[in-house]
Design a protein. Structure first.
Length: 455
């Protein structure tokens, strides 16, 4: 069974909901993020019925769910009778369920049921209104077809809108908890996280290896590797025009970051590219970034999902070589990729180092600063550079930061400035530059802070 790591917050929410007379709970998130494992942990000491739906025709789905219910309820008549619709099944439950008995009903991969019968949300809405609200039943549905859950279950137009007691979007694990899966040293653990993110099942695959290099060589760069075809499977489940979405993600991996650049690469008009980009954003695969303190119009598009970013940069472009068993990524290419992802990693974990209230990237014309952080009450501003390099010259970086900081327009005469540098290592750390406090963090500092914060 998959190790259960750091879902305490979600478990507490579910435990509190269980104390209610009844509840209808929706748990959703991307495939392999740990939904099933979370619910299994929560329900392990409780009585109820569990059903995992398959992507098969409606009649088989109804029959399988009916059999699960009949076994739990010890209802031989329900086991024998033939029911041809969800309406018939839930009508039967309405007449026969003991509403004073506390138990759960859990349907996993609920989106497969809706996919094969769009009328199910209406049927379930009636069951919730007529039966569930008068009962002691804890009803959970979970699913990984993100589009169907959002449109058919959570949206304003869904019959189920307003019926849920709680919905939980399960996110990947943060680095501080993801590393608990791994046997690597800190550097390899960080590179692994910047390659596959915090998806528990992906981390479980990585945990079979003793170092990062062997892991990616076997699981990414061999045609039978676990991750070699994974994005084809993930995207084909959600999108019909899979070729267009692949082309967009490929375009971004080649450095096409504006809508016009992406559209030209894909072969569409610029106005036609926006719906595709918006859908990729809603699924968490892509992110639109605008500069902190800059205009919110325009912006650039980047691949947000760590795994997709690595895969499109190294696997998709080199499939023919991988198929022939001759591909090995260049060290300079890997370092370039990690240099980019290291910046996003620091942004994600910035709260571990500083208490600033507003953070983001900054750029203007040909000037760019990796991270700018603000405290709007105290008028403090921090300028930060992230370098995936060893023996970094901190004084040189601070000189460059001081020059670029002049172009950042924010309380120019009143603000107090600080500098921060994150790097693999430094030739010499400094604590001050021309009257400004300087913070230098190397990988040893990162490891110490992470371990101290989450012992």
């Amino acid at each position: 069974m998959l190790r259960f790591i750091n879902r305490e917050k979600e478990l507490e929410i579910l435990k509190d909901l269980w104390k209610l007379d009844n509840a209808f709970v929706i748990i959703y998130g991307r495939r392999r993020v740990g939904k099933t494992r979370l619910i299994e942990e929560f329900l392990k000491d409780k009585q109820g019925v569990s059903y995992t739906a398959e992507d098969v025709n409606k009649k088989i789905q109804i029959m399988e769910f009916k059999e699960c219910l009949a076994e739990f309820l010890n209802d031989n008549f329900l086991k024998r009778i033939e029911l041809n619709s969800w309406s018939e099944l839930f009508s039967y439950l309405e007449r026969t369920l003991d509403l004073n008995k506390k138990f759960y009903i859990w349907i996993d991969e609920f989106s497969f049921l809706i996919k094969n019968d769009p009328s199910l949300p209406s049927v379930l809405q009636k069951f919730i209104d007529k039966v569930l609200r008068k009962s002691k039943i804890f009803f959970i549905v979970s699913g990984s077809l993100f589009g169907i859950i959002k449109e058919k279950v959570l949206s304003h137009s869904s019959p189920l809108y307003g019926r849920r007691t709680k919905d939980i979007l399960l996110q990947p694990l943060q680095f501080t908890h993801a590393i608990k899966f791994l046997k690597f040293n800190f550097l390899d653990s960080l590179k692994t996280y910047m390659t596959i993110g915090g998806i528990p099942e992906y981390l479980l695959v990585a945990s079979r290896y003793n170092n990062f290099s062997k892991f990616i060589a076997k699981e990414f760069f061999e045609k039978n590797g676990y991750f070699y075809r994974e994005p084809f499977f993930l995207l084909s489940r959600e999108f019909k025009e899979i070729k267009t979405y692949f082309s967009i993600l490929n375009a971004i991996s080649y450095g096409k970051i504006t809508p016009t650049e992406i559209a030209n690469f894909v072969g569409l008009k610029t106005r036609e590219i926006y719906p595709y980009l918006e859908l990729l954003i809603s699924f968490g695969f892509v992110e639109r970034i605008t500069p902190l303190l800059g205009k919110t119009t325009g912006g650039i598009y980047v691949i947000k999902d760590v795994f997709f970013d690595f895969w499109f940069n190294f696997v998709y472009k080199n499939r023919s070589c991988i198929e022939r068993g001759i591909y090995k990524p260049e060290k300079t290419e890997l370092n370039s990729f990690f240099g980019k992802r290291f910046e996003y990693f620091i942004l994600e974990n910035f709260h571990l180092f500083f208490p600033f209230t507003k953070i983001g990237k900054w750029w203007h014309k040909d000037k760019e600063i990796d991270i700018v952080a603000l405290n709007e009450q105290t008028k403090e501003i921090l300028f930060c550079e992230c370098k995936w390099q060893s023996k970094v010259n901190a004084k040189k970086i601070c000189k460059e930061l001081a020059e670029k900081a002049q172009y950042v327009q924010w309380y120019n005469e009143q603000r107090k400035e600080y500098f921060a540098i994150f790097a693999k290592s430094f030739s010499k750390k400094i604590t001050e530059f021309k009257g400004r406090k300087v913070y230098c963090f190397d990988l040893k500092d990162l490891e110490r802070i992470v371990k101290k914060r989450f012992k």
